[in-house]
Design a protein around this ligand. Sequence first.
Ligand SMILES: Cc1ncc(C[n+]2csc(CCOP(=O)(O)OP(=O)(O)O)c2C)c(N)n1
Ligand SMILES: [Mg+2]
Length: 572
Amino acid sequence: MKLTGAQIIWEVLAAQGVEVVFGYPGGAILPAYDAMLDYPVRHVLVRHEQGAAHMADGFARASGKVGVAMATSGPGATNLVTGIATAMMDSSPILCITGQVGSAAIGSDAFQETDVTGVTLPITKHNYLITQAEEIAPAIREALYIAQSGRPGPVLLDITKDAQNASTSYQLEDEPIRLPGYRPDLRALPEEYDRAVELIRSAERPLILAGHGVLMSGAMTELQDFVDKAQIPVALTLLGLGGIPARHPLNLGMMGMHGEAWVNTAIQEADLLIALGMRFDDRVTGNLDTYALGAKKIHVDIDPSEINKVVKVDVGIVADLCEAINILCTNIPAMTHDGWVEFINEVKGDSAVRDIQNLPDSVHLYAAHVIHDIWRFTEGEALVVTDVGQHQMWAAQYYKHDYARNLITSGGLGTMGFALPAAIGARFARPEEEIWVIAGDGGIQMTQAELCTCAQEDIKLNIAIINNGYLGMVRQWQEFFYDRRYAATPLRSPDFVKLADAHGLEGFRVQSRSEIEKTVRQAQKSPGTVVIDFQVEKEDSVYPMVPAGADLATMIRRPENEVKTVIRDQQE
Ligand SMILES: Cc1ncc(C[n+]2csc(CCOP(=O)(O)OP(=O)(O)O)c2C)c(N)n1
Ligand SMILES: [Mg+2]
């Protein structure tokens, strides 16, 4: 069968099960857009290509499948860059297809020509410049395979306009992909497992550090079985939240800069760390010179380049997590670590109970109240998509994450503007589920144009803006480390209720805790996207906080007098 390159793009995508593409047209990708009308693929017109990449990413994280974004050459492609880098840092499988100027014009500074494979080389798992129609089908199949195999990541295909226009013979291929030199299925040696088992058997204060890899490999059941058999407490990274239910008695909570104090103490006191699908990011280790010095370390990861990259380990196991955890679990005896767990519980004390969200209503509306209440009124069942900043940390702390893939957030790159488009992508992966966007007043303004995408595509989201009038996380650093000199962090916002209205969406404003329930319920009932402007305490901070590069045990805590003020105001 003879087809144009443009038609082949859609033939292959459809054959590979791609149902939705997020994109924005332009000259160099016009042949592909024209051909699209004849194929059963849903196209979502974004308002900025950054949104398309984040939507593909949100779709991928919510579904476990590859998300697809499409853009034109030059500015269309460069607008994707932030979204590609975001997906790269968090190992999210996306495929970006960009149009490129005609192959004869490449290198001539043609209109809207940018060297996109050059620009994206360090932020893609792999990329291709395609100049011939016959290269398109194999490249798309390979790209989808590379994006989701091994350690997932973004792949970009830059396809010249003449390759899209040319005709060639096409035939559906379903042979398995073989790429010489690409080894996504590495397996550890039995001796390595033996050494790991030995360390686990002899440890008295072992601790599991579980990361994004648990979710990506779908190892939740394996992890829970292992934890139950070995009775080893678990600390989670931000992206690992949901890898084991928050309610599991051995789930200690989040580690790192804004982790729970008892979790960081446990890391520093442990005699064995078992790192599963996490990469010792500087936000979770703090000062490496003082990090978990008393602990032996086992590191399991699918990507060999992660082993010994940041933290030197005693045993490195390169393998898929499901398989690795299964092998470890089978080879250890049932164990208990009662004294160790008791020690951690003593450190914890009643600090969780005394935390701000559990204090009675007062005149102050804290972000902790809003997020804790959203958790209560959604019964912990919602898919939560956050932006980046204080609200992101509060969403990690105060929404109790019981399920895998139910918290979607930009971890490694920390990309403001991520939440709204990522949630739109997630909506296509999970059409029936309740989705809450939790965004800051700063981040929402970066990609708020996608509200119009919600309206045009008739998408239902609940959007909670934690409006503190500041670029709050930066303000917090200025408060703690720059003597309260608030350079460029006070932030004016549009009237978010009117902004929603301008898009034909519903908007509400909430200024006190007593209004939260009614408004959340109203949003849940409403068929369309709802924007809620939660006007919270302006100068609240995220606690505890380990200053960047400090020892994990050096935590800044919420001042006692602040807690007392809340209680006093509530009594007045
Ligand atoms: C694209 C981008 N630019 C800048 C930053 C640096 N940054 C991190 S958090 C933050 C403030 C976010 O403010 P807001 O969205 O209001 O959230 P809040 O911290 O107040 O909850 C900034 C500017 C970033 N992470 N991403
Ligand atoms: Mg803010």
